[in-house]
Design a protein around this ligand. Sequence first.
Ligand code: C2E
Ligand code: CA
Ligand code: CA
Length: 559
Amino acid sequence: MEQSPKTELDDLNEALIDGWMIDHEPKVLIEKLAETCTWISAGREEILTGKKAIITYLEAMAEEKTKRPLKRGSYTVILAEAGYGLVSIECLPMRYTILWVKEGSKWQIRHLHDSLYIYGETMHERLKIAARTDTVTKLHNQQGFCDAVSELMKAHDKRYALIKFGIKDFRYINQRYGYAKGEAVLQNIGKNLQKTCEADETCGHIEKDIFAMLYRYHGKQDMARRMEEVRHKLLDKHLLYELGIEIDFIAGIYTIPKGMQEHVKDMLDKALMAQQQVSRQQIGSHYRYYEESVMRKQYQHQQLIQYAPTAMKKDEFLLYIQPQFSISCGKIVAGEALCRWKSRDGTFIPPDEFIPLFEEYGLICAFDFYMLKKLCEKMKAWMERGRIITPISINQSRLHIDKKDYIERFCKVVDHYEIPHSYIAFELTESAFVEQYEKMIRLAGELHRQGFQLAIDDFGTGFASLNLLSVVSADILKVDKSLLDSIHTKRGRTVLEKVIELAHQMEMTVICEGIEEETQLKELKELKCDIGQGYLMGRPIPAEAFEKRWIEGNEEAKG
Ligand code: C2E
Ligand code: CA
Ligand code: CA
């Protein structure tokens, strides 16, 4: 926006505010007062008239201001029209309207109007309140909220819950409708939130799109009702209609233990931690309770994630391989690479405890490449010693699928170690195929062009339809342990039988995972399953041990 040139009155207003509010020289202002000046304090019955009364008041104000210094340039002076100056002091909820008149050649103040007021408060209390009030919503700001919570908890020996919530996609409102509309939304929320509070409760606007409440706690059912009420009443219907979108919130609830001596900021932190637990994908869920055990777990997860890159550098991850056997002849025919984390204190962390975290925090892609390098290194050493079992399959996260140069990078690693592509099989879980159908079909095509084998892992755990088998040209179908576990029932056996039959018709090799019992193996043989993997025949073991036990042993058996 183009700025209009400064006028004489702009300078006058600025000099006035600088002198009065910043240099604390009421004289600057007093000198400008016309004899007939009036001060009307809006909303208050008392109207100050007469220069003397006004001067006494202004001097008291300047004194008050020395305690709360105002920074130069932190206020704006708005001139509505010639002779009329509107001054907003934004860091405090104050607004002075100054009416100038020209008497002879001199500008004089005819009228001072205090536009904002707090009924019946003394000036000292008024400034105190100002410092604790949010200028947009007129609710408590963070400091005000903390004070109000402390006071209420001191005054009432009752159970309370502290709730902190943020508006979902608030940035979108600002971007799409502008900041003025954003502020109108916040103001409206503030007004409505205030109405949800009972006499011994309070609420505040903490920052940006974050609000907090202190509600009485009468159990989860009652809280669920109140949260639903907040959700419905958050925004007036006309505003919702104007915006054309639903407004929702994500909240964290901290139920304060009775008699707990805790700083309110710590309580707000706990509510925030709970809030961060609400997953964006969880449709319908918009709040969570703070639970000590969950938070402890979350803290441990964060520690784990922070340390993971160092652990990779320190080579704390080990390559394990589990053998896979021909069900018809019992010979080892392939293997699956699996990782193990041997942490600093010597304990083994199983992959189920860190792989999902690596996926969540975006570490998985780097990690999968790290494990691929380890596998290739090992396979190269086997090849150099003239022995190998193929294919060895490697688990790959679905998060690679979106990466443009993924296959190229994968090939680069494999080619660096001169491993023939047919020696490696990709394992991608069934759910990856379901979520990103089209991309998976493309990826499968590309993998085949590069000569890799593709396995659909964990078949039977997700929502894949049998149609998947006809569309994606995978080479291997890995049937999940859960399907095998019901092989002893008639229905379970029929499902497995038909899945194996169908896969064979599609020319796929069927591997059954999680074989722990002889009877399972026997039944799988009858159903003509090709390959078996499970503790019954062999657990995952370190790659070095795998070579000794399964490759050397296999050669001896062959020889
Ligand atoms: P998965 O790909 O389904 O791997 C098979 C899991 O079944 C392995 O668990 C294996 O130890 C276990 N298993 C094998 N035979 C039996 C059995 O007879 N009974 C039972 N109860 N379990 C058996 P593990 O090694 O704990 O790995 C868990 C999962 O972690 C894997 O499931 C895979 O999804 C993931 N994972 C492991 N290593 C990697 C990796 O390097 N990258 C990625 N992205 N994921 C990995
Ligand atoms: Ca697997
Ligand atoms: Ca599996």
